[in-house]
Design a protein around this ligand. Structure first.
Ligand SMILES: CC(C)(COP(=O)(O)OP(=O)(O)OC[C@H]1O[C@@H](n2cnc3c(N)ncnc32)[C@H](O)[C@@H]1OP(=O)(O)O)[C@@H](O)C(=O)NCCC(=O)NCCS
Length: 188
C-alpha cells in the first residue's frame, strides 16, 4: 500500500516536471513516464500510447510522431523528424527562410530501444523489435527482430518460428507469421 502511494507520488512529480508537454501532446495514454533532462520540440505532433517509458537525456524533434503501447527506451534517445534543406545555390544553409523538411516516425507496440539511439525521419520501428545500443535508425526496422548498428539493420529474429507463432496469437498481433517473415527477409 505504502509502496503504491510512493509510486503514485513519483509519477505525479514526473508529470509536473513536464507539465508543459503533457498538456500539449495530441494524445497521451496511461502510465507514460518521461525521465529527467529531456527536450521536446513540437509536442503537439506526438501521439503516445499506454506504458511508454523514456529514460533520461532525450531530445525529440517531432513531426507526426507516434508511440504505440508498451515501449521501453534507454537513455540519450534522439528522434529527429526534420532535416535541413541543403541545396539552395548562393545562400548559407542557415539563412534559408523555409529551412526544414519534415517526416514521420512511428514506434509500434512492444518495442525496446537501447541507450544512445538516434532515429531519423520517415522511419517505422515495427512491433516487437529491439534496437541495440548506439544504433542509427534511418530505415524501417522489421517486426520481432533484433536490430543494431550504424545504420541499424535487422540481425536476427527475436523468437524461434514456433515461439513466434504462439506469441503473435497470444498478444493478438497486427502481424501474421508470414508478414513477420516477409518484413525480415525484405530487410536483409
Ligand atoms: C541488441 C542487444 C539486445 C543484443 O543482446 P544479445 O542478444 O545478448 O547480443 P550479444 O551480446 O550476444 O551480441 C551478439 C553479437 O551482436 C553484437 N552486438 C550486440 N549489440 C550490439 C550493438 N548494440 N551494436 C553493435 N553490435 C552489437 C555483439 O558484438 C555480438 O557480435 P559477435 O557475434 O560478432 O561477437 C544488446 O546488445 C543491446 O544493445 N542492449 C541494449 C542495452 C541498453 O542500451 N540498455 C540500456 C537500458 S534500456
Amino acid at each position: 500500500m505504502a509502496k503504491a502511494i510512493k509510486a503514485g507520488g513519483i509519477n505525479i512529480l514526473r508529470r509536473l516536471r513536464y507539465f508543459r508537454y503533457y498538456k500539449k501532446f495530441a494524445q497521451c495514454g496511461a502510465n507514460v513516464i518521461l525521465s529527467r533532462n529531456g527536450l521536446i520540440l513540437r509536442p503537439e505532433q506526438i501521439r503516445l500510447g499506454d506504458n511508454v517509458f523514456i529514460s533520461s537525456g532525450f531530445r525529440i524533434s517531432a513531426y507526426q510522431l507516434k508511440f504505440g503501447n508498451n515501449i521501453m527506451i534507454g537513455p540519450n534517445l534522439v528522434i529527429e523528424c526534420e532535416d535541413h534543406i541543403v541545396d539552395r545555390v548562393g545562400v548559407p544553409m542557415m539563412n534559408y527562410s523555409d529551412s526544414k523538411k519534415f517526416g514521420q516516425v512511428t514506434i509500434e507496440n512492444d518495442v525496446w530501444i537501447g541507450a544512445n539511439v538516434a532515429i531519423l525521419k520517415n522511419t517505422t520501428i515495427r512491433e516487437g523489435a529491439i534496437v541495440g545500443a548506439c544504433s542509427l535508425v534511418n530505415r524501417d526496422i522489421p517486426p520481432y527482430c533484433i536490430a543494431y548498428g550504424v545504420p541499424a539493420r535487422a540481425q536476427r529474429p527475436r523468437f524461434s518460428n514456433e515461439s513466434l507463432r504462439a506469441h503473435l496469437e497470444m498478444v493478438r498481433s497486427r502481424y501474421t507469421f508470414e508478414e513477420v517473415e516477409h518484413y525480415f527477409q525484405r530487410s536483409t
